[in-house]
Design a protein around this ligand. Structure first.
Ligand code: PMP
Length: 387
């Protein structure tokens, strides 16, 4: 295991004078804290003997039923028995890798990909083969070629790890007309699909895309999370898995944590039952859309010629490619001196690519701070071009 570049940066980037466009911290100030604190107090007063007790590794049954209702928004017909509650979807990623991967097995993942997933794959010594994306997400032809290359080298592909909606870090979404093709390719080659979807309900146009899991329930393991739609600090996520995988997941979860925190599961369950959670998601979506707009207009105003980026339709991230000759990892300390932080591109690849790329997150700072941060970043890049 090695320290992630991005996590190492958190300490510096959290100094108040630095505008951090680095981490993906949700905008929690949008939550109704007063009513939540009343609810949590009531929960302990009324149900403390259950809420503060051990529970099952599988998760609280009522919450698993409610999770199925949440997933129904993306066309998924899941059974509560096939849901396993996890400590964030990060734990789901860790467990799925632990169950499926022996050292040297191959995992296919978009290039770039989520840094926490790459960390889990590395921890179990799985080898990542990246599959290229374009503005419509994973490119099916690239997937075919990657599979052919790995198979001809005699290695085993255990699964395709994919983030179809509002990708972290690339910001792109897998086009609906590609979804069936990606599933069909994987099915034909007997490759399981691990669909990681923490941002699916955060589309800025109010559009919700059909989950991969909704059309191929037997070959897709789905990872979900309340981190972005409710509260990340509660660490409540889930895995929806085909039956046989689900049994292994419960065993893996038991050996890792005995059970997910009962109190946090009951907080989420009560929140879903008593609050307008869909209304809250709308509040989040609107805040993130304003922040996305601030980031994009500041990029258009300040970035030097030769820089490119995408305009995400949801989620937290913009992915930038800078002019030739710039190394975003080497530039980072100079950016922090100029009071702006970002995540450099190489952390999102397992194979050393990404040195001209970087991710900015617009989820946490206010629109004013985002504009100021992007202005500072553009100045750093311009200085760099003159070096
Ligand atoms: N997958 C992706 C793509 C993410 O961006 C994140 C969080 N940044 C996670 C998983 C982990 O989320 P959780 O808080 O549910 O563990």
């Amino acid at each position: 295991m090695t320290a992630s570049e991005i996590r190492a940066l958190f300490a510096v980037a959290s100094r108040p004078e630095v505008v951090s466009l680095a981490g993906g911290m949700p905008h929690l100030a949008a939550l109704p804290m007063d009513s939540l604190s009343g609810e949590i107090g009531d929960l302990i007063a009324q149900d403390g003997l259950v809420a503060l007790q051990y529970g099952s590794a599988h998760g609280v049954p009522t919450l698993r039923e409610q999770i199925c209702e949440v997933m129904a928004l993306e066309g998924i017909h899941g059974h509560p028995d096939d849901v396993v509650v996890t400590v964030g979807s990060q734990m789901g990623l860790d467990m799925v890798t632990r169950i499926f991967c022996d050292p040297g097995d191959v995992v296919l993942a978009e290039g770039p990909s989520y840094v926490g997933a790459l960390g889990s794959f590395a921890a179990y010594q799985a080898e990542v083969v990246h599959v290229g994306m374009d503005a419509d997400g994973l490119v099916p032809e690239n997937l075919r070629q990657a599979i052919a290359a790995v198979e001809s080298s005699g290695r085993r592909i255990k699964f395709l790890y994919t983030i179809p909606n509002f990708h972290n870090p690339a910001g792109v979404t897998l086009a609906v007309n590609r979804r069936a093709e990606v599933l069909e390719i994987c099915r034909r080659h007997n490759i399981l699909v691990v669909e990681d979807n923490p941002y699916g309900l955060l589309g800025f146009d109010g559009v919700t895309y059909p989950a991969l899991r909704s059309t191929d329930p037997d070959n897709v393991v789905y990872l979900g999370s309340f981190s972005k739609t409710f509260a990340a600090g509660l660490r409540v996520g889930w895995v929806l898995a085909p039956h046989a995988v689900r049994e292994k997941l419960v065993l893996a979860a038991e050996s890792a944590t005995l059970c997910p925190p009962t109190l946090n599961q009951l907080i989420v369950s009560r929140y879903l039952a008593k609050h307008d959670w869909k209304g809250q998601i709308k509040v989040y979506r609107e805040a993130y859309r304003d922040r996305r707009d601030a980031a994009i207009s500041a990029l258009e105003q300040h970035m030097p010629l030769g820089s490119t980026w995408n305009k995400p339709n949801g989620g937290f991230y913009v992915w930038l490619t800078l002019p030739e000759g710039i190394d975003t990892k080497a530039m980072l300390p100079r950016a922090v001196t100029q009071r702006v932080a970002y995540a450099s591109g190489t952390g999102f690849y397992a194979d050393g690519l990404g040195s001209r790329q970087l991710r900015i997150s617009y989820c946490y700072p206010t629109p004013e701070r985002i504009r100021e941060g992007v202005r500072r970043l553009a100045n750093v890049i311009k200085d760099e071009m003159e070096l």
